[in-house]
Write a protein that binds this ligand. Structure first.
Ligand code: SAM
Length: 249
């Protein structure tokens, strides 16, 4: 079994049901599932949707799914790398998955970059990453990923999944979160995300030191200059960015 593909299959029905219901509510017109594996979550998603696109990189698992669900016209199995797949190609959808953990962050960032046609993602991930998404400013878990996600989404805890809920068990515990996209993204999101990246470039350094290379000595005059990025809440990042790009301070 290619462990490097993060193949830990979730076998606890109660958690699978919670993931499917958190993603679809009563019903979702279209669902995209990331990493369906042997189809445990797929089976719970199918009754809740009209159309399910399941993206699986492992050709043998994709073939297995095609035969397992051969009588199910709602399911479309795509043998592909999710990071190289245009998730918008089938139209608006909700997203669900027990993620391959080696690419959790890029998958989350890919979801963030989508638009209002993708209002919800329910993702099972390492507990430590779920904690980062849910973290408050000033805590150890709060960082770049926290802020980037919360620029765009509200994050809700869905379920814990201990290592014993998987076959084979991973080395870490897991948790599922629901990302709920807010209706209006902030203006110039890609530039804002790169600004947040600069603020966190060296997590232990002050904003003065992290922002000087891009904005020059002018950052010294900001009240936020002696703070570290992890001390700012999301609205404070927005205010700081706006001050710097408009030079209004
Ligand atoms: N959903 C199944 C479950 O809950 O039992 C399997 C989850 S397993 C943690 C992750 C799945 O993602 C595996 O089936 C793996 O082959 C697949 N995978 C890994 N990398 C992928 C990628 N880049 N694109 C799509 N699928 C990927």
């Amino acid at each position: 079994m290619p462990r490097k593909l993060g193949q830990h299959f979730l076998v606890r029905d109660s958690i699978l049901e919670r993931l499917a219901s958190a993603a679809c509510g009563g019903h979702a017109k279209r669902v995209i599932e990331i990493g369906p594996g042997r189809g445990a979550l797929t089976r719970c998603l199918l009754p809740r949707t009209d159309e399910l696109h399941a993206i699986e990189i492992d050709a043998s698992l994709a073939g297995y799914l095609e035969s397992k669900f051969a009588a199910e016209p709602k399911l479309h199995v795509h043998r592909a790398d999710v990071l190289r797949t245009d998730l918008a190609q089938w139209g608006p959808a909700v997203i669900a998955g027990n993620l391959p953990y080696y690419i959790t962050s890029p998958i989350i960032e890919k979801f963030v970059a989508l638009d209002a046609g993708f209002p919800v993602a329910v993702m099972l991930m390492q507990r430590e990453v779920a904690d980062r998404l849910l973290a408050e400013p000033g805590t150890r878990a709060y960082g770049y990923l926290t802020v980037v996600v919360r620029l765009v989404c509200d994050v809700q805890f869905v379920a814990e999944a201990p290592a014993s809920a998987f076959v084979p068990p991973p080395k870490v515990d897991s948790a599922a979160v629901r990302l709920l996209r807010r209706p209006q993204p902030p203006d110039s999101l890609p530039r804002l995300i790169s600004f947040v990246g600069r603020c966190f470039a060296h997590k232990r350094k002050t904003l003065r030191n992290n922002l000087r290379p891009a904005f020059g000595a002018v950052v010294d005059t900001l009240p936020e200059a002696p703070l570290r990025a992890e001390q700012l809440a999301v609205p404070e990042f927005l205010a700081l960015y706006s001050k710097l790009v408009n030079r209004s301070f």
